[in-house]
Design a protein around this ligand. Structure first.
Ligand code: NAD
Length: 352
């Protein structure tokens, strides 16, 4: 088992250290090799995705990534910015299926901004397409138009085959859960998503046990706040999924709790927290490492097919929470406030 470790920027190195310590404590004999991505890649090699990092990721069974980005890189040409490294590695590894579970741990019901009765026992899986849509479509850029005025262009596009493969992933996940799948689109105004809806309906014929429903993205954003427990599995495109999964994260108390898996068609995967590099709290040892540790659990489940170690990690996180340990983002009066590294230690102590 060879795992590429890419800490990245901001809080990335702090949270990755906790996940790596958990991985070592499991004693599974994994070979861990560290490399740079994002701003760290730019600093060392002048490239947010250095060739050596991409090569390592290709040759590894899985990638564990922290986060990329810092405001200090905002003035760089777009190709050199940290976020471009992340988009490129997803594309190069063909990681088209992004799984983002939003699960509310009972201990954190009070940390959610919604009333406990609306969010208690929440357990949603958002399946986001990750390598298409407006983030990759051509043409793109900022040009001068015929009136001499600057004009920004991005292109929303999906091919039928891209929609089909994410549809299969979502239907298969729905089959393993409550057999309810909601596809989110904007088919009333965007042709790309009109095709999305048609393909979802075509593929649903192969999964007659799954109840497929459709919802416009603006309504889905509202329903996630109004009555999130109506959902089980949601499937949507890249940009809508980006926004809805951040929204869903707040239902669980903090974006610091939300893991993610990005998979190719052979379940090779990159695992990373759903949040960014949080430059505002970087270097202070106060970030919540649980999203990264829970991403490691997803690695065992999806890439290594090792439910035992996945459950072991998730149970240890639950135990640390039930013992009252809280980083500042999920802290309420009466809890034990801990640092990033202390939370990592609490999880390791709960592993057995
Ligand atoms: P962000 O997710 O980094 O931070 C949003 C807010 O959540 C901040 O207040 C931050 O302190 C807090 N937060 C995030 N993770 C936390 C954690 N683990 N524990 C406690 N609090 C946490 O989003 P942003 O501020 O919009 O972006 C900051 C940088 O991250 C930008 O450069 C952006 O491009 C980049 N970014 C990277 C990724 C990624 O690497 N996958 C995703 C989103 C944003």
């Amino acid at each position: 088992m060879k795992i590429a470790i890419l800490p990245g920027d901001g809080i990335g190195p702090e949270i990755i250290k906790q996940a790596v310590d958990v991985l070592r404590a499991l004693n599974v004999g994994a070979e861990l090799i560290e490399a740079q991505i994002g701003g760290a890649g730019y600093e060392k090699f002048g490239d947010p995705l250095p060739d050596s990092t991409l090569d390592l990721a290709i040759k590894s069974d899985a990638v564990l990534l922290g986060a990329v980005g810092d405001w200090k890189y905002d003035a760089l040409p777009r190709e050199k910015r940290p976020e471009r490294g992340l988009l490129r590695i997803r594309k190069e590894l063909n990681l088209f299926a992004n799984l983002r579970p939003a699960t509310l741990y009972p201990e954190l019901a009070g940390a959610s901004s919604l009333k406990p009765e609306i969010v208690s026992n929440l357990d949603i899986m958002i399946v986001r397409e990750l390598t298409g849509d407006i983030y990759f479509g051509q043409p793109r850029g900022i040009h001068e138009n015929e009136n001499g005025e600057r004009e920004g262009i991005n292109t929303m596009r999906y091919s039928e085959s891209e929609i089909k493969r994410i549809a299969h992933v979502a239907f298969q996940i729905a089959m393993k859960r409550s057999k309810k799948l909601c596809s989110v689109d904007k088919a009333n105004v965007l042709e790309t998503t009109e095709l999305w809806r048609q393909v979802m309906m075509d593929i649903s014929k192969e999964y007659p046990e799954v109840e497929l429903t459709h919802m416009y993205v603006d309504n889905a954003a509202m329903q996630l706040i109004k009555n999130p427990k109506q959902f089980d599995v949601l499937v949507t495109g890249n940009i809508f999924g980006d926004i809805l999964s951040d929204e869903a994260s707040m239902l669980t108390g903090s974006i610091g709790m939300l893991p993610s898996a990005s998979l190719d068609s052979n379940n090779k995967g990159m695992y990373e927290p759903s949040h960014g590099s949080a430059p505002d709290i970087a270097g202070k040892n106060i970030a919540n490492p649980l999203a990264t540790i829970l991403s490691l659990a997803m690695m065992f489940r999806y890439t290594f097919n090792d439910e035992k170690n996945a459950n072991k990690i998730e149970s240890a996180v639950k135990k640390a929470l039930s013992q009252g340990f809280r980083t500042v983002d999920i802290y309420s009066v009466g809890d034990k406030k801990v640092s990033c590294s202390e939370m990592g230690e609490a999880v390791i102590a709960s592993l057995n």
